[in-house]
Design a protein around this ligand. Structure first.
Ligand code: SF4
Length: 884
């Protein structure tokens, strides 16, 4: 397209067709004030502060909504423009309360800033009575004082255009107009999810953060990455006096686009929790006693040395962390391999990531999400299966809703639960629990039979179609209907919808990876993408959601028993040689034990010592009672954490570590984007960053690692790990970096025939199927989110959701206490009656320490991934006597 040239303040400048005058002015370095404008929102020209003058016609126009046109002669600072801007600001101030001195928005108020910039001090206009009032809110996150609202509609547009929630809109006309929820209800009674986007974008103090632990004017602002889910939202940490005053979205991050979810916006105050560990501790006669670092690390070093000599390296195991940085995981696996001489190292993401690693590797040659986050939004059809991104990956949910609402994408939702995304779906399929694989196989068969394959893609880039077609012969729509309960018509409809889209994407999560058929289901989804050409450039992609912020990075860095960093096999002689030369040690041979194999090894008496960094297996692993007993019986357990978690309580030595806000490093999110985190706070008490603890411990064990900072570690990673070759701290300061995870060079992608296998009938006495999942307001095993003061307020007790009909049959009502009993364990929970579940199914979040749903699951490992099935199990509910 030909560039358009205009005259701007006497200078010729050129821009692309479609740009507005404001866009071009800003690109050309000309400042134009705005209040209602945001680069991620559709411009509406509501505030008019951005007016400019076209000197040819004398017209004054809002530059944010005026496209550039050839020959324009624009003046952004003419006397008429300046006078008009002053009038507009004075009108706004005439209806604004005189509360600047006490308003918490302080110097962040854009109205005040613009007024000052254009020279408006005293307002000589008659005051305009303000109709809108302060709205009392019960929720712990957001409060509104609409007397300060300037009707810029940023909150409304952010909620509708970016988050796709639409919880607020204009109510009333003229002087009484205001942004309000449906029925003008308090936020907690609306659809609001408290993501905080409206708070971040409000230019005045009309919508503000509530119940902050620390208040005051920010003195330092530091870039970081949200420490919760795998989306990896960029954040700014605002700090005063070594306290986190506020967390706001990074408006320049193309991933988060000014949005966060409630956890990112209001959950990071766990860093100031009174439960933080402040000094190393050693257990003496069953009680922890504070000791110096010197003493604690000395004891750990001596014990590990003694055990290695007495029982061999195979008696030791290390757990890395999907919450720690890439650099820390890299150091930890080096410590395990070079100091302890063992490949017994794993990380917690095995519980939800292992099926993806195997299933996608064997088909598309990739170990995670294949395409970028932006590609997802460009999809024409999005298949969402085995995940509720509204709770587990909110940023992905926003992108899906934007794709549907703004780009006309069609949503194909497969979920036995009626989640929030159902109202956005063109087609919602509700298969019987555990039958996803049969349904996908059925869709694949329809695509083959109706010749809807992308023939060119299949011929050029794939192999093994014939075998797949042969193996799936029995998966006719009729046969699949019998297994899944989905009608043949709907199976065909879903297959056609997916196959006929130009760009179709698949989003899946732990509902697939933690199911009994996890690897098979992932491979079946890959088959679907492969045969429709939806892999790679220009097409759709496969999006494997990950629970923790650095699950991808922890695996990339080699905290895995069978891989050195960058998925270079521990058996690969060439790779071993390179690492051995650099690290000056002989690497152990043969794959080590996975996390759950190591736990089983304790029972067998083979495993005697463990070093667990940033994981909480006593709460997050299945059959937690058994896991707890096993860990307790170890000769020596060292836990490195911020809190005295359920696992740390069992340790002999506890090493306190810095939070994400107190250290440097990088995280890699679920789509492979590497981002830096920077130190915003001094570490709490005597805690140290994990990387420093690992280095000190290695030195104590007579193995010095030559790094003085995480930057040094990343330099080595970039050198030795091909996947991370382009990563560099200085470049990351300018822009995040997305890893090139392309398929295996020169090899064709491969269809993998996988068949559904009928699960054994449940034991008598356990008639209900339990789903375990996440909730929006809590996270993981809750070690951090339950210590976030406001998140904890909203969801204080463990609950179990069940359908109305089940509640009638069981004679329980909302708020009753029940025992959820499985063949493996039992937990107490409050009843919540929900219309989102089918009869016979119940739902629990995994998060509460006093009601760990994971404890209901037996440890049954997938033979290939060595990961346990943790999604569904059979239970019964028993009313707790004396209740109701
Ligand atoms: Fe973003 Fe996930 Fe953090 Fe929410 S929890 S702000 S979606 S990274």
């Amino acid at each position: 397209m030909e560039a358009i040239t205009i005259t701007l303040n006497g200078r010729e400048v050129s821009g692309q067709p479609g740009m507005t005058v404001l866009d071009l002015a800003r690109e050309s370095g000309v400042a134009v004030p705005t209040l209602c404008h945001d680069p991620y929102l559709d411009p509406i020209g509501a505030c008019r502060i951005c007016i400019v003058e076209d000197e040819r016609s004398g017209a004054l126009m809002a530059s944010c909504v005026t496209p550039i046109a050839p020959g324009m002669v624009i003046n952004t600072e003419s006397p008429r423009v300046q006078e008009r801007r002053k009038t507009i600001i004075k009108l706004m101030l005439a209806s604004h309360p005189d509360s600047c001195l006490v308003c918490d928005k302080g110097n962040r108020c854009q109205l005040r800033k613009v007024a000052s910039d254009i020279g408006v001090g005293l307002v000589d206009f008659q005051r305009i009575p303000q109709q809108a009032t302060i709205i009392e809110e019960v929720n712990p996150f957001i409060e509104r004082d609409l007397s300060k609202c300037i009707l810029c509609a940023k909150c409304i547009r952010a909620c509708q255009e970016l988050v796709g929630e639409g919880a607020i809109d204009y109510l009333g006309r003229g002087f009484v107009s205001k942004p309000a929820t449906l029925g003008d209800l308090p936020l907690e009674k609306s659809e609001c999810t408290f993501c905080g986007t409206c708070v971040a974008l409000c230019p005045t103090g009309a919508i503000m953060e509530k119940d902050k632990v620390y208040k005051g004017t920010t003195t330092t602002t530091v870039h970081s990455v949200c420490p919760f889910c795998g989306c990896g939202c960029g954040v700014y940490l605002e700090v005063k006096d070594n306290r986190l005053v506020r967390v706001r979205p990074d408006a320049d991050s193309s991933l988060s686009r000014s949005t966060l979810c409630v956890k990112g916006s209001y959950g990071c105050d766990f860093v100031h929790s009174p439960d933080r560990l402040s000094s190393p501790m050693v257990k003496v006669d069953g009680n922890f006693e504070a000791v110096s670092w010197e003493e604690a690390l000395g004891m750990v070093a001596e014990e590990f040395k003694r055990m290695k000599e007495a029982h061999g390296s195979s008696s030791l195991a290390v757990f890395g962390s999907s919450k720690c940085t890439n650099e820390e995981n890299y150091l930890l696996q080096r410590f395990a391999r070079c100091v302890l001489s063992t490949n017994n190292i794993d990380n917690g993401s095995r519980l939800y990531n292992a099926a993806t690693h195997v299933g996608l590797w064997e088909t598309v040659g990739c170990r995670g999400t294949t395409n970028s986050f932006d590609d997802l939004e460009r999809s024409q059809v999005i298949l969402v299966i085995g995940t509720d991104p509204t709770s587990s990956a909110p940023l992905v949910e926003y992108a899906i809703k934007r794709a549907v609402k703004r780009n006309g994408a069609e949503l194909l939702l497969i979920d036995p639960r009626q989640t929030k995304l159902v109202s956005w779906a063109n087609l919602w399929l509700r298969p019987k629990v555990g039958t996803d694989l049969a349904l996908i196989d059925g869709m694949v068969k329809v695509i083959i039979d109706e010749k809807m394959l992308d023939k060119e893609h299949v011929a050029d880039k794939t192999t093994n179609l014939e075998t797949l077609a042969k193996d799936l012969q029995e998966y006719t729509p009729g046969h699949v209907e019998k297994i899944t309960g989905i009608t043949s018509d709907d199976i065909c409809h879903a297959a056609r919808l997916f196959a006929k889209a130009g760009r179709a994407s698949i989003v899946y999560g732990d509902g697939i990876t933690q199911s009994v058929n996890g690897v098979g289901s992932v491979a079946a989804l890959a088959n679907l993408a492969l045969m429709t050409g939806n892999i790679g450039d220009g097409g759709g992609g496969i999006y494997a959601l990950q629970m923790e912020n650095n699950a991808q990075g922890a695996c990339d860095m080699g905290t895995l028993p069978d891989f050195l960093p960058g998925y270079q096999s521990v058996e690969d002689a060439q790779a071993r040689k390179i690492f051995e030369a650099r690290w000056g040690c002989q690497l152990p041979l043969g794959a080590g034990l996975t996390a759950l194999e190591a736990i089983s090894g304790i029972e067998d008496g083979k495993m005697r010592g463990m070093y667990i960094v940033g994981e909480n297996p006593a709460a997050s692993f299945p059959n937690s009672n058994l896991v707890r007993q096993a860990l307790e019986s170890l000769d020596f357990l060292v836990v490195q954490d911020m809190f005295l978690t359920e696992t740390a309580k069992l340790a002999k030595v506890v090493l306190p570590v810095a939070s994400f806000a107190e250290k440097e490093g990088t995280f890699t999110n679920f789509d492979g984007t590497v981002q830096r985190i920077k130190k915003a706070l001094e570490p709490f008490g005597d805690s140290l960053p994990d990387w420093e603890v690992i280095l000190r411990l290695a030195t104590k064990m007579n193995y010095s690692m030559p790094y003085s900072s995480p930057r040094d570690v990343m330099n080595e990673i970039a050198e030795l790990v091909p996947l991370y070759q382009g990563v560099n701290y200085d470049k990351l300061d300018v822009k995040s970096y997305r890893l090139d995870k392309g398929q295996i060079a020169g090899e064709k992608m491969k269809f993998s025939p996988v068949k559904y296998t009928q699960q054994p009938s449940p034991e008598d006495g356990y008639p209900l199927t339990l789903f375990v999942g996440t909730t929006l307001y809590q996270f993981g095993s809750g070690s951090r989110s339950l210590r976030a003061s406001r998140l904890r307020k909203l969801l204080p007790e463990a609950f179990v959701e069940l359908s109305k009909s089940d509640s009638r049959n069981l004679k329980v009502k909302d708020g009753d206490r029940v025992k959820v009993v499985s063949p493996t364990g039992e937990v107490a929970a409050l009843v919540r009656i929900s219309d989102t579940l089918n009869q016979g199914t119940v739902f629990m979040p995994a998060v509460f320490p006093e009601g760990q749903a994971n404890g209901l699951f037996d440890i049954v490992l997938d033979p290939r991934t060595k990961a346990p099935a943790l999604k569904t199990c059979q239970v019964r509910l028993e009313r707790i006597e004396g209740d109701g």
